[in-house]
Ligand binder design. Sequence first.
Ligand code: F6P
Length: 561
Amino acid sequence: MSTPPVDPTTTSAWTRLRAHHAELVPDLRGWFAEDPDRARRLTLDAADLHVDLSKNLVTDTTLSLLVQLAEEVRLPERLQAMFAGEHINVTEDRAVLHTALRRPPHADPPLVVDGQDVDADVQAVLEKVSAFADDVRSGTWTGVTGQRIRTVVNIGIGGSDLGPVMAYEALKAYKHPDVEVRFVSNIDPTDLAETVADLDAASTLFIVASKTFGTLETLTNARLARAWLWEQLSAAGALEDDDDARRAAVAKHFVAVSTALDKVADFGIDPENAFGFWDWVGGRYSVDSAIGTSLAVAIGPEGFREFLAGFHAVDEHVRTEPLATNVPVLLGLLNVWYVNFLDAHTHAVLPYSQYLHRFPAYLQQLTMESNGKSVRWDGSPVTTATGEVFWGEPGTNGQHAFYQLIHQGTRVIPADFIAFANPAHPLRDGDVDVHALFMANYFAQTKALAFGKTAEEVRAEGTAEDVVSARVFSGNRPTTSILAASLTPSVLGQLIALYEHITFVEGVVWGIDSFDQWGVELGKKLALEIAPALTGDSAALEAQDPSTRELIEHYLAQRTV
Ligand code: F6P
């Protein structure tokens, strides 16, 4: 039985934070002027991540009260409980052990949870995934006609898609030159159709990735892919018209990743070609499990192990660093500060790296499926606002789209700026180092947001008085800058682990079980009930509410294909 959550609003830290907030006048210009050491004091390292917190709307008092809050809600005990494999996912009665996926081989003592040697299980699957990845990369694994595999298509959705696709895109510079990975997730048939349109079935391999192996989108797409494979091979004269031949084709062109290996076998995939994981890995925490098989193929087993080592480095930081210098803890507490005291409703994540273009989308599932809750882990209602909306786009594209609102809008939008000192492509425009130009934008944005531009400064530029107010920047817009040397597999693992732990810290303060996702169930169930109404079942149509029925009737009347 998990200990009940502490209502944060009943803590003495919360009362003091309220009083502190009432008197605090954010003044980043003044704070930096008074304390030239502020940037140095509020910059911390977690593994290879260099994190500057100094442009946040906090003083030393704010930070020490937030740390006190973490202690009062028993964050250290909760962290320890997670790492030890206690069943902190209460509503599903499960341990939460994604941190075990990245423990080093031969860790001493081994982690034994619920009587299971977790380390041994993790390493066994990792070895199987590695051997498979090597076989595909070397061309040892061939399709049914003997051709080597050129394209791997990962079929999954949610955590079984967002992590692998984000990481593949992020680490494209490390990918095997002759093996491409594509991703299909949406049950919109366009997704599968467009993804396979130009592929040669004989050199294509599908990875069906689904924790439950019961997800409608994934299983539908897997069946469509299987039908496409058979059709294409037959059309090329490479498939006999019998079940044995079809089974043999599936054996060479389909593998699976799942916790439900019985269902994998029912689909017709040889359990030998399936990679398992465990119910203690949440979907949105699973890119570092066998769900990352497509990534392991792309970057190779060594690269994948480096990726895992990156996660582990940040796990060790969060596990051992005192709260006051613990980067994920402080970032999680800052988010609480903004949501609960400064009324922030959203949080921007702005990677200055084109390779991280799917990172905000990935973080949306991680953070919002985890903390978008209204009840606490004991079933009682939450006592504060929870779960801010995470969003973002790579810089500099965002600068020319939505930054206006961050700079001059009426809302508080804390923003994380992520960048890397070294470009993967050190291109020059004549004499100009283009990455340096890109980075100048990175530094300029947080500076403008923090310090703004006063009316006097605008006037001093000779601006006509009637447009002075429109050109004033208030400043005091909070940002965190995260810098690393290069976007390597390890650094990507570190970034993901950083946000996993930030999410955890926020959840603990709010008393939330960050590891269930009951909120996605109702829509799934209703879709299954509605589906017959779209294909002629008049009773199912009649059973709908008037708005839904009218919409379905309109859809049916419009449908021509
Ligand atoms: O959207 C709900 C969800 O359960 C996610 O948490 C999960 O990542 C996704 O569906 C896919 O589930 P599965 O891997 O079981 O197909």
